[in-house]
Design a protein around this ligand. Structure first.
Ligand SMILES: [Zn+2]
Length: 264
């Protein structure tokens, strides 16, 4: 598994690469060349047989856990290997966005305990907001082994649409409401129907009440999200944006585009 190989490279610099994402203590070779891969080292002392644990056990368990967390998170393949270092900012706002993203990863354990512990990345396509958001999630899983879940909002809505008895939909909704870290990708692109609005409120409200860190990407700034095409405030969306303002710092990725958008 390519991903696991990357993790090993970044997490355990200088340690020879173990193959396979689900390294088990019994099958994989010892990255330290100390045991036979079993995680146990046998030795003789004063004519007696002894066993001790090899340090590779801990490393392999950590790699396995990270692999499982990545599998569970549902990160689209396109973004599975994105890192903050790969992001090239092209203007001042994007430099600032990258700095915030780095600080967020660095201080996550402190930030998650605070009331406003999420990020709302907003910008048109091509500004790299999605890259930054996924890179944060990847980094948090790798660094702190936290459970994360990614939901591409239009896909999630598609799944939740009332069609039939659907356990997967229920599970996904429950995860979106209660998982420690959630990335809502492409938020607010659909907001016409009251059904969509209600679903979005349910998720945002649940996370707000539980103070769970939420990272959101959107093409729509918060002050436009709550307006209809005539510029009138839509109360149902105002309830949602008000929760998001309590939960998330809004990060603009492109000032020019928003000046144009707001002037329309
Ligand atoms: Zn070993």
């Amino acid at each position: 598994m390519e991903l696991a190989a990357n993790i090993i490279k970044t997490q355990f610099k200088g340690v020879p690469t173990v193959t396979g994402g689900n390294a088990t203590p019994t099958k994989d070779p010892c990255p330290f060349n100390r045991c036979d891969g079993s995680g146990l080292i046998s030795f003789k002392k004063n004519g007696l047989d002894f066993m001790e644990h090899c340090e590779c056990l801990e490393v392999k368990n950590k790699i396995r856990k990270i692999g499982e967390l990545f599998d569970r998170a549902g990160i689209p393949k396109k973004y599975a290997a994105k890192t903050l270092d790969q992001y090239s900012p092209r203007n001042e706002l994007q430099h600032r966005a990258l700095e915030i993203a780095r600080r967020y990863v660095e201080k996550y354990q402190e930030i998650k305990e605070t009331e406003k512990n999420g990020l709302y990345f907003v910008g048109p396509t091509g500004t790299g907001k999605t890259h930054l958001a996924y890179a944060i999630v990847n980094a948090l899983i790798e660094r702190y082994q936290i459970p994360a879940v990614v939901s591409v909002v239009p896909d999630l809505l598609d799944l939740l649409r009332p069609k039939r008895e659907n356990n997967e939909a229920e599970n996904r909704l429950e995860l979106a409401k209660s998982n420690e870290l959630l990335l809502l990708d492409d938020f607010g692109s659909e907001r016409e129907s009251s059904w969509v609005t209600e679903r979005m409120f349910v998720i945002v409200n649940a996370r707000c009440e539980r103070q769970l860190p939420t990272i959101i990407t959107s093409n729509v700034p918060l002050d436009l999200l709550e307006k209809d095409v005539h510029g009138r405030t839509v109360l149902a969306w105002e309830r949602i944006t008000s929760k998001i303002r309590d939960m998330c710092y809004q990060i603009l990725m492109d000032g020019e585009d928003f000046r144009r958008l707001s002037a329309r």
